[in-house]
Design a protein around this ligand. Structure first.
Ligand code: NAG
Ligand code: NAG
Ligand code: NAG
Ligand code: NAG
Ligand code: NAG
Ligand code: NAG
Ligand code: NAG
Ligand code: NAG
Ligand code: NAG
Ligand code: NAG
Ligand code: NAG
Ligand code: NAG
Length: 511
């Protein structure tokens, strides 16, 4: 499948839409031959062992600080299970130019693959440094293209072509505090849980520029942040995943990117274990598109996060810009978790700074979650905000240059405007109710004020909490069973039987 970019060329008074087709490795290699491979689901029911079970196996081993090599115009391959094509270990240096790497053979243990790079085509370990250009790495049966593991490990990859089929076969992948830097990369993966550019526990540092990335599998995002992701000039198309999964206190910075997501949301930020504080996402001069008709642009669950949007477009078919929820994703990566999946969840607390943006869509907070929406520098927002379930908290702030065009009745915990002016709120006949008991709104003196466009700004009706649901208009905003009312004793027997795997889900989340 091709990735298309649409450029709007406005030549008054006509509007032309020109499209440019960009090829990814999935167009060059016949993916239909890999259908069976791509149907294999990653098996995450493995015993959690946090060390390398047995020494790495590889067809070519470059080892130790005395090892320094430069190789060009060769082909390396491996066919055995749990075997790397190339391992660069213990401070070795390796440069490759115009090298083909072909890897087949299965991974028997997702944890060993995720945390140590077992079965990856190329595995850079323990402070080794590599500089690669013009690689062609193709893997089948579930093997990452390149893994960088360990403090001081550094992999630089440019002008390279990366293809994988099979499960848990990421493109450029770093774990154990390793670093990978990619420039001019074309990536395709067809399998389950094969993100293009990924970090893994405890952290991986991933920097990508000038790349095209296409994933087709469930759980296969363009970016998976565990550590940091820095991406510039990346076109990403994740057919069955968000553009970003960010698990815990991670930092993702996207500049000049065009990212399209086909499942869950445009971006998904969560904590797989206890709720983490300090997750960050910056998106500058970019476009994020969420294709599905219930998918929000930005989704948050069980996390405390801050987002900066600068001159960025978010397109959603759902008309939902932001969801903040008492939830997270599961190891299946295809639905939002509820209490039976993880009873340790907490609501999302999200601050979104909107700068120089024109955005359209709703903000929905669920079950104790909060959204703090701060608009500045000539930003405009066409939208409304409400609670999807139970008590939620929505705070809206506008500077003197920003405009809120209200598209539905909205209930707020906190309204802040420049000089207490309401002139930048265009009500379109809709009402905004505010929590008159909140000191944040004391400037409103508990009064009802007429807004431009016929609507009113008014105290929430006495007896009715400002934070209660007023309207539920979209299909994705369906009512939830209050999570806290389910006790462990009411959980079905089948759940008890699965307690062991549930524990893994809670304490050990890997991709
Ligand atoms: C790699 O080098 C280390 C020392 O740097 C040594 O302990 C280890 O045995 C070597 N491994 C292989 C497979 O040569
Ligand atoms: C590998 O490439 C780097 C960066 O270009 C260079 O500094 C280093 O000397 C090269 N090493 C070898 C062994 O060619
Ligand atoms: C990297 O270090 C770990 C921990 O010391 C060790 O288990 C592993 O074998 C090393 N990797 C290589 C390629 O030697
Ligand atoms: C390699 O793994 C596959 C899939 O698990 C298995 O069918 C095959 O027997 C394994 N091969 C060997 C030599 O163990
Ligand atoms: C990379 O190698 C595969 C075969 O392993 C080949 O089909 C593909 O065309 C190559 N890609 C490029 C860009 O040459
Ligand atoms: C590796 O790096 C991490 C993060 O910077 C640090 O916490 C850890 O102590 C380092 N480990 C070693 C063995 O240097
Ligand atoms: C994100 O953007 C904000 C506002 O420009 C900036 O203060 C912050 O340092 C940025 N964070 C990162 C990690 O780049
Ligand atoms: C919200 O979270 C609940 C679990 O608390 C989950 O069942 C539901 O699918 C989530 N909905 C969205 C839109 O995130
Ligand atoms: C404001 O919202 C109304 C109602 O949805 C819409 O008709 C109008 O076009 C919007 N105005 C702007 C400037 O986007
Ligand atoms: C209300 O919004 C303002 C402006 O964003 C912020 O400074 C303040 O902390 C918010 N108060 C609460 C209680 O959320
Ligand atoms: C609230 O009262 C203060 C002091 O009397 C006044 O300056 C302000 O304009 C009033 N605000 C509104 C929204 O009426
Ligand atoms: C504000 O507080 C008063 C007194 O505690 C209470 O009667 C009223 O319902 C509250 N209003 C809201 C909107 O919570």
């Amino acid at each position: 499948m091709l990735v298309l970019i649409y450029f709007l060329i406005i030549i008054q008074p006509y509007l032309y839409i020109a499209s440019i087709t960009i090829q990814d490795p999935g167009d060059i290699i016949d993916t239909s031959k890999d259908t069976a491979d791509n149907a294999i689901k990653a098996n995450y029911n493995v015993m959690p062992v946090m060390y390398l079970l047995s020494p790495l196996q590889a067809t070519s081993f470059f080892n130790g600080t005395q090892s320094s090599s430069w190789i060009s115009h060769q082909t390396f391959s491996a066919t055995a299970n749990d075997t790397n094509v190339i391992v660069v270990g213990n401070g070795a240096q390796l440069n490759l130019s115009f090298v083909n790497i072909v890897k087949t053979g299965y991974s028997s243990n997702l944890l060993q693959a995720s945390f140590f790079g077992v079965n990856a085509a190329i595995n850079i370990q323990n402070g080794s440094r590599v500089f690669f250009d013009h690689l062609n790495v193709t893997t089948h049966n579930g093997a990452a293209n390149l893994y960088s593991y360990g403090n001081g490990s550094y992999a630089y990859v440019e002008n390279s072509f990366l293809y994988s089929s099979g499960p848990a076969a990421h493109g450029l992948y770093a774990g154990g505090y390793g670093t990978v830097v990619g420039k001019n990369i074309a990536h395709y993966s067809g399998g389950n849980r094969c993100s293009s550019f990924a970090g893994d526990s405890p952290a991986g540092y991933v920097t990508i520029s000038d790349a095209i990335a296409h994933t087709d599998g469930i759980g296969s995002a363009t970016f998976y942040a565990l550590g940091t992701i820095t991406a510039t000039n990346v076109i990403g198309y994740a057919a069955n995943a968000p553009a970003l999964f960010s698990d815990g206190r991670q930092i993702s910075v996207f500049t000049n990117c065009d990212l399209t997501a086909g499942l869950l949301a445009g971006t998904v930020m969560f904590s797989s274990m206890i709720r983490q504080q300090g997750a960050m996402l910056n998106i500058t001069n970019s476009r994020l598109t969420a294709l599905g008709n219930t998918m929000p642009g930005l989704w948050f669950g069980n996390v405390i996060a801050t987002v900066y949007l600068y001159n960025t477009i978010i397109n959603t078919a759902s008309n939902i810009l932001v969801t903040a929820n008492y939830s997270q994703v599961t190891q299946d990566f295809n639905y939002y978790a509820g209490y039976p999946d993880n009873p340790n969840l907490l609501p999302a607390v999200v601050t979104i700074n909107v700068v120089e943006c024109a955005l359209t869509g709703q903000l929905i907070a669920y079950n104790g979650s909060s959204i703090n929406w701060i608009m500045s520098q000539y930003s405009t927002w066409n939208g409304n905000a409400y609670s999807g379930y139970g008590n939620s908290y929505i705070s809206i702030s506008l500077d003197s240059t920003s405009i809120w065009n209200v598209t539905g009745n909205t209930m707020l915990q906190n309204l802040t405007t420049s000089n207490n002016s309401l002139a930048n709120i265009n009500s379109n006949g809709y009402n905004i109710s505010y929590d008159s008991n909140s000191t944040m709104n004391s400037w409103l003196n508990q009064t009802t004020v007429s807004l431009t466009g016929g609507g009113k700004l008014m105290p929430a009706i006495p007896g009715q909490s400002v934070i209660t649901t007023t309207q539920v208009t979209t299909s994705s905003a369906k009512q939830q069973t209050p999570s806290h009312s389910i006790s462990i004793f009411s959980v079905p027997k089948i759940f008890i039987l699965h307690l062991f795997s549930i524990k893994i889900l809670i304490f050990l989340f890997f991709h």
